[in-house]
Design a protein around this ligand. Structure first.
Ligand code: NA7
Length: 546
């Protein structure tokens, strides 16, 4: 049968969710083409190859749980795997799915336009030598933390030394990691102290001749608690995989940690401190997501946890003035993403490391030889930007999606604020879906666990549409409004919602990101799964299938 378009579905992005999405639909019998801007699979794990980069989910919770073959054959060597190991895993997964043949690489999508009569999308590329292609459905699997963002600093391009961004680190041509760079004779600046900054600072502190850290906002960092996984432990983990995944499924963010089912306020002081000591020394996000349940909603309980962590910082950093600068003052513990660290605070006890507090002493400009602040001038051989991403919205909005009536998605969001139905669709943009986009129920999450929820649900919907001769799926205005209001209300019920961070859409380097938005669903993954199942069983309520 001839048709007007090339593929049933186009999936943009070959990261964790894009690879699985393509595989799932291909196995269901749909014709699918994957498009990837870089030259290989892996998404953020392919690009964030900076020294010290590692996962902060327990490795054995971070894989594709649907594949027994992968679970049976891949051995994790550390509780929190390094970036090269995660990328090695994703390559093994790509082999297993035989997915590379279905992706067009080096194909950055510039624009996607909906044809209202034919009900299909036309995709155009930055590289004009790639002919446009067409598909009934387009799925953006571009990830929430992939649109690399440089800071707005005067003179950025004039620096004569080497510059790197953590989110786009040069690759080792012979391996899965970053290009080996010798920093031992270098004067290095790191700008940014989010998770990436913390990881690279603690690593470069060991080797750089001189390391100066330019910090605007300190974060509440807690110990990672990494350890090797022995073959015997790996066998035990393998035998326990079903229980591990069940445990993750039962928690709000699908990490293995779950809240203590009590309020801190109801617990005697001695017991609280005993619990805190245990959790602070436990691996991963135990101290954050495995703490008393009111610590993230009640300001007083939150203050109590924050004070505990502040004291830990004071104990670990010798110079009290430096310790004070490393303690966050403008947000409570856990209200922004927590960086997990290994010896981060002790780095500031070293003679080769200096902390520069940009609140007291802001950057004025970058010059050919270094960085000028209000109070001083510093010479550098290397500047590393650990300044993060245009998070959540950025990767979607860097593609010009043009929907019904010639509406541009960016214009719609600029005028009405970011609103979606289930984080999956936007009214006026039929047959276009986002995985882990804004307001996705699977955003504040252990990614592989939660993104699979979105992929499975969307796949069922598309297969059902295909089998029932449906050619258009569009969010309803009522559904979108309800979902937006639910996100707003839930977010406002947590302290995270009233804090400036990438999770609430704040970014000083991007125009239009100065006020907080309801960018994520704070109802938790179990509730999201339940709701999705309910909507599906009501004939995909909130979506018009025609
Ligand atoms: P983040 O968490 O967004 O951190 C970016 C850091 O860069 C943060 O400390 C920012 O300070 C700082 N920044 C950004 N722009 C500037 C300028 N112009 N001047 C000085 N400092 C600046 O990104 P990451 O890559 O560390 O981590 C992202 C996520 O990836 C992480 O949460 C994990 O989930 C994985 P600010 O806080 O804005 O004052």
């Amino acid at each position: 049968m001839s048709r007007e378009f090339d593929f049933d579905v186009v999936v943009i992005g070959a990261g964790i969710s894009g690879m699985y999405q393509l595989y799932k639909l291909r196995e269901a019998g749909l014709s699918v083409r994957g498009l990837e801007a870089s030259d290989s699979i892996g998404g953020v794990w392919n690009l964030n190859r900076y020294p010290g980069c590692r996962v902060d989910s327990e490795s054995f919770t971070y894989g594709y749980s649907w594949s027994n073959d992968l679970l049976d054959t891949f051995d994790w060597s550390e509780r929190f795997a390094s970036q090269p190991e995660v990328l090695r895993y994703l390559n093994a997964a790509a082999d297993h799915m035989d997915i590379r043949k279905d992706f067009l690489f080096n194909a950055r999508v510039q624009k996607a336009t909906f044809d209202e009569i034919g009900r299909f999308w036309t995709i155009e590329f930055n590289d004009l030598s790639i002919p446009p292609l067409t598909a009934r459905y387009v799925i953006s699997a571009t990830g929430p933390l992939s649109a690399v963002q440089m800071p707005k600093i005067k003179g950025l391009h004039r620096f004569a030394g080497d510059t790197y961004h953590t989110g786009k680190w040069p690759r080792d041509p012979n391996g899965f990691g970053g290009l080996p760079i010798d920093f031992s004779d270098k004067r290095v600046a790191v700008i940014g102290t989010g998770s990436s900054g913390v990881q690279i600072i603690q690593e470069l502190g060991k080797v750089a001749k001189e390391l100066k850290v330019f910090q605007r906002t300190p974060n509440w960092c807690i110990p990672l608690g990494n350890s090797k996984i022995s073959p015997a432990e790996m066998s035990e983990i393998r035998a326990n995989y079903p229980t591990i995944f069940e445990q993750c499924d039962a928690t709000p963010s699908s990490f293995i940690h779950n809240w203590i089912d009590r309020d801190l306020k109801d617990v005697p002081e001695a017991e609280r401190l005993e619990t805190f000591d245990r959790l602070y020394n436990a691996p991963g996000f135990a101290f954050w997501m495995g703490n008393y349940r009111d610590t993230i909603v009640d300001p007083e309980s939150n203050r109590y946890v924050s004070d505990y962590v502040a004291n830990k910082i004071r104990e670990r950093v010798k110079n009290p003035a430096v310790a004070d600068k490393l303690i966050p003052k403008d947000h409570g513990f856990g209200t922004r993403r927590i960086p997990l660290e290994t010896g981060y605070f002790e780095v500031y006890n070293q003679d080769n490391v200096e902390l520069i507090d940009l609140r007291e002493n802001p950057i004025v400009e970058i010059t050919p030889s270094g960085i000028v602040t209000q109070d001083a001038e510093y010479g550098f051989d290397v500047i590393i930007f650990a300044t993060g991403f245009d998070a959540i919205v950025g990767a979607v909005s860097r593609i010009d999606f043009v929907g019904k009536d010639g509406l541009h998605l960016n214009e719609v969001w600029k005028q009405n604020g970011v609103k979606t139905q289930l984080g999956l669709q936007v009214v006026g943009f039929p047959n276009m879906f986002m995985l882990i986009g804004p307001q996705s129920g699977t955003l504040f999450c252990n990614m592989p666990r939660c993104s699979a929820v979105a992929v499975d649900w969307l796949s069922d919907m598309l297969v059902s549409a295909y089998n029932n001769n449906v050619s258009q799926i569009e969010a309803t205005a009522v559904g979108q409004e309800q979902w937006h209001n639910a996100c707003l209300e839930l977010m406002n019920g947590t302290l995270i919602g009233s804090t400036n961070s990438w999770l609430t859409g704040i970014n000083s380097n991007v125009e239009g990101r100065a006020s907080r938005g309801a960018l994520f669903y704070a109802g938790g993954n179990p509730a999201f799964r339940e709701l999705c199942a309910e909507l599906a069983s009501n004939g995909y309520q909130g979506f018009a299938l025609t």
